[in-house]
Write a protein that binds this ligand. Structure first.
Ligand code: M6R
Length: 609
């Protein structure tokens, strides 16, 4: 977790670094720091968010520098543990994202060599090691230090004696090099540099870059030069601005009509109403003969995976297992037989979630083909995958996933259709109906967004409660789980999602007049059963908020409050219910004064196992 930035150019580095760190602070925000270099190496660090540092930071001269925003792993939150970490003489400065697994041994060895440690971080060993090996060439010293290091890292290193270069290296944590005009960058995430350049190199594991203002040279750990292709990113700086919204989360919720449209764009052939994925061209025989799919993901992406199981199994009649990547990497045995008819779909917005990467590597090692659904071009997950389908949602800055979730649902719906067509489990007429319905979803989402005030009013009634429950069935069961996750992560109110039928198997014991239940009960989806559950809940005095079809005039007889969505098919109502849950969570959190874009203890991309 943590975000790093490095800049070498001809402008004052400090404001550029501060600005980039603001874009990275979703990756960690418990402390931050910057080093710049002119005649001296200047370092400033502070506890708290980058906005705190921004207020207290003095002018720092220099046209090159590095910066860091931290999500603590080794050592508590304090100035000493903030990055940049300096070597003993103060000559080397390092920012780091990742974990140095053998830092304990390295630390003891360095202590024996006479180095003293000022912090509890694993990163400080890197600064000392680079200094130890420094003989006038920062790149060489870094390369040598990396040979001692085990674990994961994205590093940017600078040296007081090298006034026009930073060195960056990567293993297991993301690192992107930005190519500007007389200025170059190294960063954890494109959003930090997109206002300066959209031309990037994606560094791979085991690569080191020596970066000056007029170029960069990428080598491997043996010093062999590596030629890389420039990638052009189709994001703009506007994508990483709040654009007048109070929070990124609210902006991202409101972007969803466009995001769903974007995820569909170019993936439907107008000629024969079929789904096409350029990314999968040439592999139709493999996809049409698939017998089993295993979906792995974490958090919100996992809930998208659960939705994926329903749509793929119903449209393509192919068996799908959904595993939490956190569990897959630990316990789930990989079945070796018939591997050529199996596919793993890994869903990861960031493409950098460590648990998901471990699961991908494990499956890949036994020959499983991997399809990644991600929102991050060039991510580690896509670099491991056989194929990547991009969600094309644009950067998501709010820690709570919103627009990337609906785009994942959209992509999964398209994949289900694609497989259904290949396997001939869906006829041409049916496919064209399903596509037509999907195309109506952006407008339907807009209709839900237009009822924001109603949802906000409903959220204002959530006061003095101990817990909330979200219930749904079938395709809306994952949405109940996601609704609960959204509420708990940004409002800190305890919330749980259940399949509606499960409440009576235990959770009923928790129901009181202070435990509101949000029931996702569109008529397309187990409506009668949902009504039975609602009646049972009401009999236990718990208030019920129904998310129901706009033309359902019956539901209000059963519940305390109705939030309306346009009627949609069983496979598409989840996208609409999701928007209601997101807005509801947002407004509850806002009423409670919570730091919505950066909830406590969380980081956007969880790059540690
Ligand atoms: O980047 P990923 O999709 O792999 O992230 C997985 C989870 O960490 C993520 O979905 C998390 O649960 C969200 N912040 C929830 O809003």
């Amino acid at each position: 977790m943590c975000g790093i930035i490095g800049y070498v150019g001809n402008k004052n580095a400090m404001p550029i670094l501060v600005n980039s760190l603001k874009k990275l602070d979703y990756r960690g925000y418990d402390s931050a720091g910057i080093s710049t270099l002119e005649d001296e190496l200047y370092t400033f660090k502070d506890e708290g968010e980058i906005r705190v540092l921004e207020k207290s930071i003095p002018d720092m001269p220099g046209t090159l520098g590095i910066g860091h925003t931290r999500w603590a792993t080794h050592g508590g939150v304090c100035k000493e543990n903030a990055h940049p970490q300096l070597s003993g003489s103060g000559k080397i400065a390092v920012v780091h994202n990742g974990i140095i697994a053998n830092f304990g041994t390295l630390r003891e060895n360095l202590k024996e060599d006479g180095y003293t440690f000022k912090s509890e971080t694993d990163t400080e060993v890197v600064a000392h090691l680079v200094e130890k090996y420094y003989k006038g060439d920062l790149e060489e010293a870094t390369r040598r230090a990396l040979k001692d290091i085990e674990g994961s890292y994205a590093l940017a290193v600078m040296c007081k004696d090298e006034k026009n270069r930073i060195v960056a290296a990567r293993k297991g944590s993301p690192l992107i090099l930005g190519i500007g005009e007389n200025e170059n960058f190294a960063t954890s995430d494109i959003s930090a540099i997109i206002e300066h350049t959209n031309k990037v190199f994606f560094l791979d594991d085991g690569e080191i870059a020596s970066i000056t203002n007029d170029g960069m040279c990428i080598t491997d750990l043996d010093g062999i030069t590596i030629e890389k292709e420039v990638s052009i990113i189709d994001w703009t700086y506007k994508d990483v601005e709040k654009a007048g919204y109070a929070h990124y989360m609210l902006k991202e919720i409101h972007e969803q009509p466009r995001v769903v449209h974007q995820a569909v764009l170019g993936r439907i052939s107008e000629v024969d109403a079929s789904v096409k994925f350029e990314e999968l061209d040439g592999f139709k025989p493999f996809f049409s003969s698939l017998e089993e799919i295993s979906i792995v993901a974490c958090g919100t992406s996992y809930y998208a995976g659960m939705y994926g199981k329903y749509v793929i199994e119903s449209m393509a009649e192919t068996q799908v297992k959904v595993e939490l990547a956190t569990e897959y990497s630990q316990y789930i045995p990989i079945i070796f037989n018939n591997i050529e008819k199996k596919l793993m779909i890994a869903i990861t917005q960031s493409g950098e979630t460590a648990d998901t990467l471990v699961a991908i590597k494990r499956a890949k090692n036994v020959g499983t083909k991997i399809l990644v659904i991600s929102n991050s071009p060039g991510s580690t997950a896509s670099r491991l995958a056989d194929w990547t389908i991009l969600c094309k949602s644009g950067p998501e800055i709010g820690v709570a996933a919103t627009k990337t979730f609906t785009s994942q649902l959209t992509v999964l719906y398209l994949i289900a259709l694609y497989l259904g067509q290949l396997k001939k489990t869906i006829g041409a007429h049916h496919a064209s109906e399903l596509i037509k319905k999907l195309k109506s979803i952006p407008q339907a989402i807009q209709n839900v967004l237009d009822q924001s005030d109603e949802i906000k009013r409903c959220a204002s009634g959530i006061k003095g409660i101990s817990s909330m429950f979200f219930i749904g069935r079938k395709n809306n069961y994952p949405i109940a789980l996601e609704g609960a996750l959204k509420l708990k992560e940004i409002s800190y109110i305890h919330a749980e999602g259940f399949s509606a039928g499960e409440l009576k198997h235990g959770p009923f014991a928790l129901l009181t007049e202070k435990t509101p239940v949000v029931a996702l009960c569109n008529r397309c989806n187990s409506y009668e059963k949902m009504l039975s559950s609602i009646v049972e809940i009401k009999a236990r005095n718990a208030p019920v908020i129904a998310v129901a079809d706009a033309d359902d005039n019956e539901i209000k007889k059963y519940v305390d409050k109705v939030l309306k969505v346009p009627p949609a098919s069983v496979d598409l109502s989840p996208m609409l219910n999701t928007i209601v849950c997101q807005l509801f969570a947002y407004h509850v959190a806002d009423y409670n004064g919570c730091p919505i874009d950066k909830p406590r203890n969380l980081a956007k991309s969880v790059t540690v196992e």
